[in-house]
Write a protein that binds this ligand. Structure first.
Ligand SMILES: *Cc1c(COP(=O)(O)O)cnc(C)c1O
Length: 359
């Protein structure tokens, strides 16, 4: 006899992280290839002396720092154990089993699972033919039961981003009792001036009376702290208050808090790194286009190859060349491979593999 587990969880597959193969080049998880900055490491080493103590559960210093950085109140900032944890908290605070959640698909893999776990209904909205969020279709998918909408921009895994005008239009057209989450995990890699900062779009929306908009950001990608797990949500106070209620106490650990503050201290240096990644992104995409691949314009630190039924073969071909990419395969039209922009030599190894694939 084994313990009874919710039968409906049978249909859920566990989250599949990017593979780690010793000696191989990992371009599967959108991490930054460069290691932590010396200044961040130093502060981490010092903080290591205090890990016998519980962390500051409210993460006061980091919260204040972020509030100042973005020109919002501390009460409008909520921290989480990675922004993936905040996604889960957002579902928890808005949804019961009667609720519906609208999200683009393909997009961040965690959304559908987290929605299912609370018993809510998943309403995935297919991307457009050019791999962008279909905002008109997402608006049309909102019903009186909708409580939450995820808007991922730049979208993981396709890299496409919404313009400020598109985002504003969506916010203005959506019902004001539906929480709109702008998931901007890759914001720091954006260089298209038409793609406005989501925090600015959000605070402007608040000023226009839309208290139903919030932004999610993370230290995992551009700030290079994926291993420490810290993300944040900038939201109206009723939302952050609810997020704090379902927050697992102490789940943003003390090293994560220290490293996040140290990374904000070193923000200029880190943003210089992002610029180098963006330059590589253009080089990699141009080379792929030159090889005849279809690659949607990307504003993130990865490229998307909509290879359809050739995706699995591409995945194995790259693996044979000791390059790990992220293949999304369900046997449908939307299948493809996402490839993180790494160091130039890593990107060269990937491009060499791509060059010899019969696509
Ligand atoms: C990586 C990612 C996150 C989660 O990052 P954390 O490491 O949990 O902070 C959230 N949303 C999207 C779209 C992502 O790609």
């Amino acid at each position: 006899m084994t313990a009874l587990i919710r039968a409906d969880l049978d249909q859920l597959a566990p989250y599949v992280p990017g593979r780690n193969v010793p000696g191989a080049i990992k371009l599967a998880s959108n991490e930054v290839a460069a290691g932590p900055l010396p200044s961040v490491r130093e502060k981490l080493a010092a903080a290591g002396a205090e890990i016998n103590r519980y962390p500051d559960s409210g993460a006061g210093a980091l919260t204040e720092r972020l509030a100042r950085r973005f020109g919002v109140e501390t009460s409008q900032v909520a921290l989480g154990c990675g922004s993936v944890s905040l996604c889960q908290q957002l579902v928890q605070v808005t949804c019961t089993a009667q609720a519906e959640v609208v999200f683009p698909w393909r997009s961040f893999e965690a959304y559908p699972t987290q929605i299912h776990v609370v018993g809510a209904t998943r309403v995935p909205v297919p991307l457009t033919a050019d791999h962008r969020l279909d905002l008109d279709a997402m608006l049309a998918a909102i019903t009186p039961a909708t409580r939450l909408v995820f808007v991922c921009t730049p979208n993981n895994p396709t890299g496409t981003a919404l313009t400020g005008a598109e985002l504003r239009g969506f916010i203005d057209a959506a019902p004001r009792d539906v929480l709109i989450i702008i998931d901007e995990a890759y914001r720091e890699f954006v260089d298209d001036p038409e793609v406005h900062d989501g925090v600015a779009v959000t605070t402007e929306a608040w000023a226009r009376g839309h208290g139903n908009v919030a932004v999610l950001r993370t230290f995992s990608k551009a700030y290079g702290l994926a291993g420490l797990r810290v993300g944040y949500c900038i939201a109206p106070e009723p939302v952050t208050e609810a997020l704090r209620k379902v927050f697992v106490p102490f789940s943003v650990n003390s090293l994560a808090q220290t490293a996040a503050i140290a990374s904000l201290d070193a923000e200029d240096e880190l943003m210089q790194r992002c610029k180098a990644i963006v330059a590589e992104r253009y080089r990699v995409r141009d080379e792929l286009l030159g090889m005849g691949y279809q690659v949607p314009p990307t504003q993130a630190n990865f490229v998307w190859l909509p290879l359809g039924e050739r995706t699995q073969a591409f995945n194995e071909h790259c693996m044979d060349h000791r390059v790990i990419v992220r293949a999304f395969v369900t046997g449908g039209d939307g299948d493809g491979a996402r490839v993180t922009i790494g160091d130039p030599h890593e990107n060269d190894a990937f491009l060499a593999a791509a060059r010899t694939f019969q696509h």
